[in-house]
Design a protein around this ligand. Structure first.
Ligand code: MTE
Ligand code: MO
Length: 379
């Protein structure tokens, strides 16, 4: 007969909420981090919707010229600021996961579920956005429609969360952060808030040089704004777009209901030329100003006898999401909308869109179509 030995085992059990003693797990900290995060998400959402309107809407203002540069800069930078804030906020509140009972009522259960939707959507938006703007997008689903759809899920879940937590948020914000409790473990409440705020600021400064020129030198992560040929970054090169050498037989076709004209590059260059200073503002968050020379689109349409209206711009590029764009009537009439032949005092290089490209005020970079072949005035 064997005797069962009395080995003392460590007592294994799930932690309880009360086991988490650090000062940062406090409603005063969570509410303040939540407020900062709410501001970042709010800015990101609003500027994201504006970006959607600028790309797909039926109206978008033509002034101020830096409009999209600013809204999209804010979009990307507020998303970046949200990353450390979200991590800090989740750390602050995660002991709540161990609160018992898990479900207290139907309302409480719904609130918990909406929280997981919010966290999932927030991570999804930040991850897809950052990988996309780093041009390292690894997923098979398309970025733009998915990022846009999930934005509504995230903002909806955020509103539900704020509504459900309003009394707690009020309470947390009303109370002073206070001095550290003597002998308490870990970072103080103030220390955690300061560290999170500093991390968010550092992340913004490290990337803002991609769109704020005077920060370029102090922004180690703004490589997307690195100057390419002719002093301007290149988003998609001619090789990537499979646009080969453009020969002397290239013609620009202008088509409208009831008419059509073809122009050689020499004929375009013989029309009155205008020079404007306008930025390229890429949806991916970099932007840069340049000096463009070319024909005002409105003058070109008038010169060939075409009516004005909406104009579809088609590129020599055979396939590609951005081979076509639509110029809305306000932009067609705008004196700053050019079919550019030159950039920063030189002939446009092939990578920047030779033989000619669209450049217009306030249009997102994706609509500044390069290697233009056809301007089609729509009925
Ligand atoms: N035909 C065509 N035009 C295009 C693109 C493209 O992929 N194909 N990319 C656009 C994007 S996303 C941007 S940001 C600008 C960048 O212009 P750049 O490369 O001259 O700086 O070109 C736009 N024009
Ligand atoms: Mo872009």
């Amino acid at each position: 007969m064997t005797e069962r030995s009395e080995v003392s085992r460590p007592h294994l059990r799930l932690p309880r909420e009360e086991d988490f003693r650090a000062e940062g797990h406090d409603v005063r900290v969570a509410a303040r981090l939540g407020l900062l995060l709410g501001v970042a998400f709010g800015l990101c959402f609003v500027t994201g919707v504006l970006s959607h309107v600028a790309q797909h809407g039926s109206w978008w203002p033509t002034r101020p010229v830096n409009l999209y540069r600013v809204t999209q800069g804010v979009h990307v930078l507020s998303g970046i600021a949200a990353v450390p804030l979200l991590l800090a906020k989740l750390w602050s509140v995660y002991p709540r996961l161990f609160a018992r009972p898990v479900v207290r009522s139907v309302g409480h259960a719904l609130e918990r579920v909406s929280l997981f939707v919010l966290i999932g959507a927030a991570f999804f938006q930040l991850a897809t956005g950052m990988f996309n703007s780093a041009q390292a997008y690894p997923w098979l689903f398309r970025f733009v429609p998915t990022h846009y759809a999930v934005a509504w899920v995230a903002i909806g879940a955020l509103l539900v969360h704020v509504a459900a937590k309003l009394p707690k948020i009020r309470d947390g914000l009303r109370r002073q952060v206070g001095r550290p409790t003597p002998g308490a473990a870990g970072l103080s409440r103030r220390g955690l808030l300061a560290t999170s705020g500093f991390a968010a600021l550092a992340a913004v400064v490290a990337t803002a040089g991609a769109t704020v020129p005077w920060l370029y030198r102090v922004s180690p992560l703004s490589w997307r704004a690195a100057r390419g040929p002719q002093g301007l970054p290149i988003n998609r090169s001619a090789t990537a777009a499979r646009v080969g050498r453009v020969g002397a037989d290239w013609r620009l076709t202008v088509e409208w209901p009831g008419g059509r004209r073809e122009l050689s590059r020499d004929q375009l260059a013989a029309l009155p030329q205008h020079t404007v200073r306008l930025p390229i503002a890429c949806v991916e968050g970099w932007s840069a100003s340049a000096v463009w020379t070319g024909v005002v689109v409105a003058d070109l349409l008038a010169a060939v006898g075409a009516p004005t209206g909406r104009v579809r711009v088609e590129s020599l590029e055979a396939v590609g999401t951005y081979r076509e764009s639509l110029l809305l009537p306000d932009h067609v009439r705008d004196r700053l909308t050019l079919l550019a032949l030159g950039l920063n005092g030189e002939e446009l290089s092939l990578d920047h869109g030779y033989p000619c490209r669209i450049i217009a005020a306030t249009r997102p970079g994706v609509l500044q179509t390069k290697w233009v072949a056809v301007l089609r005035v729509l009925p």
